[in-house]
Design a protein around this ligand. Sequence first.
Ligand code: PGA
Length: 235
Amino acid sequence: MKLYIEKDYNALSERAADIISSFLKEKPEAVLGLPTGSTPIRTYELLSEKCKRGEISFKKVKTFNLDEYSKLSPVDKHSYHYFMDNVLFSKIDIKKENNFFPYEKYDEKIEKGGGIDLQVLGIGRDGHIGFNEPGSEFDSKTRETFLAEETIEDNSRFFNNKKDVPRKTITMGIETIMKAKNILVIASGENKSEAVSKALEGKISTEVPASIIQRHKNVIIILDKEAANNLKTGL
Ligand code: PGA
């Protein structure tokens, strides 16, 4: 496990964008697993700027998104499909047919695509990865899940009303995520610090789904100082 602690959110995003860019330079046909949420937004902006400057290209890249709300159409502005189109895909040279979202037979599609080379992940305050909430089995595959109360609370900031947050989602399973050849975790802010310390230093337990990454051989973690506040060791 390689850990970077950066001074702030911008520095964290620069580090993440640089790592993803180096990866793409080495493997232009890479298969990326991508998250949504607030944390990756600046990373995606930096990647699109690098692409505009001609430093990297996504022409041969395939992407598999981590999760999606069930029953939201791809053009619904609350859907993760819409988010990705808006924040990243419309700003880079990627082919639309190479962007995949978790609908039918997702694990098979990932395997057919060659498997995920680099999975980027955020962490929820309750320790979730994707929408694998506490209690999710480590051998879970892509499936429908229900959001935990804490996540509904957190995600309500994107909706007019808490009751509008869809309760049902579809997410890559924990096993699906762990099959990625490389994992890059990004977390920012004091409100993630407890989940981060439990995930990186705590007991590996389904109660903290992110703790499973301790078992992965190729993990890079990028935190800002606030998210690293609760870490006891330098790892
Ligand atoms: P965030 O979400 O980036 O919006 O904090 C991360 C997550 O819930 O996995």
